[in-house]
Design a protein around this ligand. Structure first.
Ligand SMILES: Cc1ncc(COP(=O)(O)O)c(C=O)c1O
Length: 440
C-alpha cells in the first residue's frame, strides 16, 4: 500500500511498526534491540533530580540527586536580568527583576497548554462580536493563500495520497523526502511514541506542545536555554529546537544544527528541528539534509500560507522514521480538500514571491510600531515577541480595546504580536498602545 512518503519519483512502502514502543508510549523499558533508526534501546535516566524529575549525568550518587547537587547544571536555578521599559506594565516603569529562569516552560501548573487564536475565549471574557476584534494572538499570515475551488469528488472520495502534493512540497521546501501530516502538531504528538524511553532536551521557551507531548509519552524532559545546548547535547538522546523559534525568534545556523544532529545520530539520537516559521528564511532550513540519520525536520503550511485551518504540514527524515510515523498516523491523514489546496499553494511561485515581499514590509512595520512603545522586541516577519516582565496589564488594556495578543503569563513572560491585517488595524493598534497608562 502506497503512502505519501516519496523521494522525488520514489514512493515508499508502508512499514509495520516494529517493537512495542509505539504502542505502549515507551513504558516498557529495555532492550528493543532496534537501534539502527534512532529508535534506541531504553536508557533510563541515570540520576533524577528530586525536584525536577529530569536527568542529570554528573551526580555521582545517589541515583536520586538532590536539587542542590546538580544545581550548577540545572536550568531551573537563578534569576533573570534586570531590564528597563518604556511600557513596564505592573512594575511602575522603573524596571523590574524578571521571573527566575525556573519558569521557562509555558505549560501551566495543571499541565494545560494555552494557544493563540482563541478568539471565542476572548469574546466570552471581554464581550463584542468577532467582527469587532483584531486577532493578533497567532503568528499566522493574515493574508491567507486564496484557496482554489475544490473538486466535488474531494468531498466524496476517500483521500488517496496524491503524489503531486509530495512533489510540490519537496520542490518548495527543497527537501529530498517528505511525509505529509495533518499539521505538524500531528507529528509533534506522534514522534515521542516512536522512541523508547529517552532523555529529551527542549530548547525553551518555545512552542509548548513539544515538551508536553514528550512528557506525556513518559520520556525524561529537560527544558534548556539556547546558550546551554553545548552542555546538554552529549547527555540527551533527543534535542528539540524551533528555528526560528516561536515566540522569541531565536535563530540557529544550519551548520550548528547539522553538527548537533551528527553528534546525536552517533548515539542513535534525534535532532528534531521545527521550521514552522521558516518560510521567510530559506537559508536557515536544514530540510535539504533531512536524510541525514537522526535529523527530523517539521514544516507547517499553516503559518506563511495563512492556512492553519487546512491542517497540513510535512516531516522530513530518513525513510524508516517516516514509514513508522505514517503507520502510526494511519490512513487518510490528509483530507482530499487539504491535498488539493496544498498542491496549489506549494506550487504557486508568484504568490510566494509576492507574499515574502509583503510580509517583509509588514514585519518591519510591526517592529517599528512596537519600538515606539516597548522595550526591544524580537521575532520573525510573522510575529514579534516582547519579554515585558509582567505584561498582564497591557494585555488587559488591549483586550478591552478588542485587540487580542498572546499573553505568556507563566514562563517566558511576555507578549507576542501577530501582524495586523487591514490598514485600519495598524492605526487602531497604534492608538491603543499610545493610550496605555501604567497602573491605569
Ligand atoms: C513552532 C510551532 N510548531 C508547530 C506548530 C503546529 O502548527 P501546525 O500543526 O498548524 O502545523 C505551531 C503552532 O502554532 C508552532 O508555533
Amino acid at each position: 500500500m502506497a503512502i505519501g512518503v516519496a523521494r522525488r519519483g520514489l514512493v515508499g512502502g508502508l512499514a509495520v511498526v516494529r517493537g512495542h514502543h509505539a504502542r505502549d508510549g515507551g513504558k516498557q523499558a529495555r532492550g528493543t534491540g532496534d537501534n539502527n533508526d534512532g529508535i534506541t534501546e531504553n536508557r533510563p535516566a541515570k540520576y533524577r533530580c528530586a525536584k525536577h524529575t529530569d536527568y542529570t549525568d554528573h551526580a555521582p550518587s545517589p541515583r536520586v540527586a538532590s536539587h542542590a547537587t546538580h544545581r550548577y547544571a540545572c536550568k531551573y536555578s537563578g534569576s533573570g536580568p534586570v531590564t528597563a521599559h518604556r511600557i513596564n506594565t505592573e512594575n511602575s516603569g522603573t524596571g523590574a527583576k524578571t521571573s527566575p529562569a525556573t519558569d521557562i516552560s509555558e505549560i501551566t501548573g495543571t499541565g494545560v497548554v494555552t494557544h493563540g487564536g482563541n478568539l471565542r475565549q476572548a469574546i466570552a471574557q471581554y464581550g463584542g462580536d468577532p467582527a469587532d476584534w483584531m486577532d493578533l494572538s497567532t503568528g499566522i499570515n493574515p493574508h491567507a493563500y486564496p484557496a482554489p475551488p475544490i473538486a466535488a469528488d474531494a468531498w466524496h472520495r476517500l483521500p488517496e495520497p496524491d503524489a503531486r502534493l509530495v512533489d510540490a512540497a519537496c520542490a518548495y521546501y527543497r527537501a529530498p523526502v517528505l511525509l505529509p501530516v495533518a499539521g505538524t502538531q500531528a507529528a509533534i504528538q506522534a514522534l515521542p511514541r516512536l522512541r523508547a524511553h529517552s532523555r529529551v532536551a527542549i530548547v525553551s521557551p518555545t512552542y509548548a506542545e513539544h515538551a508536553l507531548r514528550w512528557r506525556e509519552a513518559a520520556h525524561a524532559v529537560t527544558e534548556i536555554s539556547p546558550a546551554d545546548i553545548d552542555i546538554h547535547i552529549d547527555h540527551c538522546d533527543v534535542l528539540v529546537i524551533c528555528n526560528p523559534n516561536n515566540p522569541t525568534g531565536h535563530r540557529t545556523t544550519p551548520d550548528l544544527l547539522l553538527a548537533w544532529s551528527q553528534r546525536l545520530a552517533s548515539r542513535n539520537g534525534w535532532l528534531v528541528v521545527d521550521e514552522a516559521f521558516g518560510d521567510m528564511e530559506p537559508a536557515l532550513s536544514v530540510a535539504a539534509h533531512c536524510q541525514q540519520p537522526g535529523l527530523i525536520v517539521l514544516r507547517s503550511v499553516g503559518k506563511f500560507f495563512g492556512l492553519a485551518g487546512l491542517r497540513l504540514g510535512f516531516v522530513g527524515a530518513v525513510p524508516v522514521v517516516l514509514e513508522r510515523l505514517a503507520a502510526l498516523l494511519g490512513p487518510w491523514a490528509i483530507s482530499g480538500p487539504a491535498q488539493q489546496v496544498g498542491v496549489a499553494a506549494l506550487s504557486d511561485d508568484a504568490w510566494q514571491r509576492d507574499m515574502r515581499a509583503r510580509l517583509a514590509d509588514d514585519g518591519l512595520r510591526l517592529r517599528q510600531l512596537l519600538a515606539q512603545y516597548l522595550p526591544a522586541t524580537s521575532g520573525t516577519d510573522l510575529f514579534q515577541w516582547c519579554a515585558a516582565p509582567v505584561p498582564t496589564a497591557l494585555h488587559e488594556h488591549l483586550a478591552r480595546h478588542h485587540i487580542w495578543v498572546r499573553l505568556f503569563p507563566n514562563a517566558a513572560r511576555g507578549l507576542r504580536w501577530g501582524l495586523p491585517a487591514a490598514k485600519s488595524d495598524w492605526a487602531r493598534l497604534d492608538l491603543s498602545l499610545a493610550g496605555f497608562q501604567i497602573g491605569a
